[in-house]
Design a protein around this ligand. Sequence first.
Ligand code: ZN
Length: 185
Amino acid sequence: MAQTPKRPTPEDEVFMKSLADFAHRELATDRRSPFASDVVETSTGKLVMRRLNGVRIENDPSSHAEVRVMRAACKKLKTTSLKGHTLYTTCEPCPMCMAMALWAGIDRVVFGSTISDASRHCAQIYVPAKTLQRKSDMDCEVVGPVLRRECVALFEDPRMLSAMALWKKSRGGKPAKPARRASGS
Ligand SMILES: [Zn+2]
């Protein structure tokens, strides 16, 4: 179902700032990640759940922050539907996470940095979240980038840069490629 992307609300910036600040504080810990997500009740602004990326900690390539936070929110609320909820995420969701948001019936997805921002630091799949939504039957408003600079700063923090360089080395990864723009229609 085609939808016109909406502009972020002032509340979106407040929620994104809180999430980016949380991720920034976590840079001082072993859990550090530029990827953090919140599930918030859309009508009240109540925070239901907050998670960081857990791929390394859980040895699970699907443990992206968005997947983890939606799983935890569903468990907490004892439901398979997150209708009535907004997903805030410091980086534009990858196709796996965006598909899960659609399956979960999330009302709105609000993201900080973009897939092309993230591609400067780690491998990405170049399908924009808005494209995935347009190719689905689900109504979901995709809004972003919101506070992009603050969210990009999470990747660029020296503690994050050195941690990512080590992880890449341990995975036998290649050096970062020039940023690529996610495209699709
Ligand atoms: Zn993802």
